[in-house]
Design a protein around this ligand. Structure first.
Ligand SMILES: C[S@@+](CC[C@H](N)C(=O)[O-])C[C@H]1O[C@@H](n2cnc3c(N)ncnc32)[C@H](O)[C@@H]1O
Length: 301
C-alpha cells in the first residue's frame, strides 16, 4: 500500500509475516488466542459482545475518543479486537492512516465478515504488544488502547506504557480506556467477580489495574495527563444503560467461564446458578461498573 509509512521491525528468528501473530486453541469448547495470557475468547460470541460494548460506550461517552486530536495523520489502535473502533475512525477521518493491531485478526480481516466496509485508509497488522510493537519510534500522532486489562500481566504495564510512548510522536496523544469489576449487587455477583479475578491472577493479570491508567501514564512520563471515571449502572434499576451494561457484563462473565471451569474453581451447574442469582441481585440492589479513561501526551522534544 502506497501510504504505508513504517518499516516493520524484524525479530531475530521470526518472519515478518509471523511476528507477533498468535494462533488459537480450544478451552472447554470455546476458542481462545494461544501464546498470550489474555483471558477472554476469540470467537463470534465474544466478537458480538465487543461490538455491543463498543456501541454502548460510544453512546454513553458521546463519541469514540476524548484526546484533543483533529484528523491525526497516523493512528494506532492497540488490541483492536473486532476492528470496529479503528474502522469507524478511518471512515470519520478519511485523510488519516489507521492501523489496528491485535494477536488475532478481526473478522473483517480474516474474511469472516462480508457485511461491513473496509475503508482503504484502515489496515490490520498482526502483533503482540507483550513482544514490543513492530513500528519505528515516533510513528503515530494518536495511539488508542481500550480494554486490554484482561490481556496485560500486572508487571508488564509499565513496559507497555513505555512502548506506547515510544511509537507516539512528540506532542502526539495516547488514550487508554479500561473497566473494573462490578460493584454492589450481592454475594452471587461478588462470587462471580472473585472467580474472574482468580482466573486472571493465575496468568499474572490484575483486573484492578484499569483504575491506575492515569497514574501509570503520569509515572511513565506522559505530559498533560487527564483521567476520569465513567459510572455505568448495572441492571434494570439503571434504565436503558443499566440493561445494556447488564447484557455486556454478564456476557463477559459467561465468556470467562471456560477458564474458571478449567481451573476447577467451580462446576458448570454452580456457575450457571450463580449467574442467574447475580442477575436477580442487580435487578434489586444498586450495582454498577466503573470505566476509566486517561489521556496523555508524549512530551515535545
Ligand atoms: C477486550 S478486547 C478489546 C478489543 C477492542 N479494543 C475494544 O475495545 O473493543 C482485547 C483485545 O486485545 C487483544 N489482545 C490480547 N492480548 C494481546 C497482546 N498481547 N497483544 C495484542 N493484542 C492483544 C485480544 O485479541 C482482544 O482482541
Amino acid at each position: 500500500m502506497s501510504w504505508w509509512p513504517f518499516r516493520r521491525r524484524r525479530r531475530p528468528g521470526s518472519s515478518t509475516e509471523k511476528a507477533g501473530a498468535a494462533g488459537t486453541r480450544m478451552v472447554q469448547g470455546r476458542r481462545f488466542a494461544a501464546g498470550v495470557p489474555y483471558v477472554l475468547p476469540k470467537d463470534m460470541q465474544e466478537v458480538n459482545r465487543l461490538d455491543f460494548q463498543h456501541f454502548m460506550l460510544r453512546q454513553v461517552r458521546r463519541g469514540n475518543f476524548e484526546a484533543p486530536v483533529r484528523e491525526p495523520h497516523d493512528v494506532l489502535d492497540l488490541g483492536t479486537g473486532t476492528g470496529r473502533w479503528a474502522i469507524e475512525q478511518a471512515l470519520i477521518w478519511p485523510n488519516s492512516n489507521v492501523i489496528g493491531l491485535d494477536v488475532v485478526p478481526p473478522p473483517i480481516d480474516a474474511g469472516a465478515d462480508q457485511q461491513n466496509i473496509r475503508p482503504p485508509n484502515y489496515v490490520f497488522v498482526p502483533g503482540n504488544i507483550l513482544e514490543g510493537l513492530p513500528f519505528n519510534d515516533a510513528s503515530f500522532d494518536y495511539v488508542h488502547q481500550r480494554m486490554l486489562v484482561g490481556a496485560l500481566p500486572r508487571d508488564r504495564w509499565p513496559g507497555v506504557i513505555q512502548e506506547l510512548l515510544r511509537v507516539t510522536r512528540p506532542g502526539g496523544w495516547i488514550e487508554l480506556v479500561e473497566a473494573g469489576s462490578a460493584y454492589g449487587g450481592g454475594p452471587a455477583l461478588a462470587t462471580l467477580n472473585e472467580w474472574g479475578i482468580s482466573a486472571a491472577a493465575s496468568r499474572g493479570i490484575d483486573i484492578a489495574m484499569g483504575a491506575q491508567i492515569g497514574s501509570m501514564l503520569q509515572s511513565g512520563g506522559a505530559a498533560n495527563v487527564a483521567a476520569h471515571e465513567v459510572f455505568m449502572p448495572l441492571g434494570k434499576r439503571g434504565g436503558r444503560v443499566g440493561l445494556m451494561m447488564e447484557a455486556n457484563y454478564f456476557s463477559a462473565l459467561e465468556n470467562i467461564r471456560p477458564l474458571i471451569l478449567k481451573m476447577g474453581l467451580t462446576d458448570e451447574a454452580t456457575h450457571t446458578a450463580t449467574l442467574a442469582q447475580a442477575r436477580r441481585e442487580v435487578a434489586q440492589q444498586r450495582s454498577g461498573v466503573t470505566y476509566y479513561v486517561a489521556i496523555g501526551q508524549r512530551p515535545s522534544a
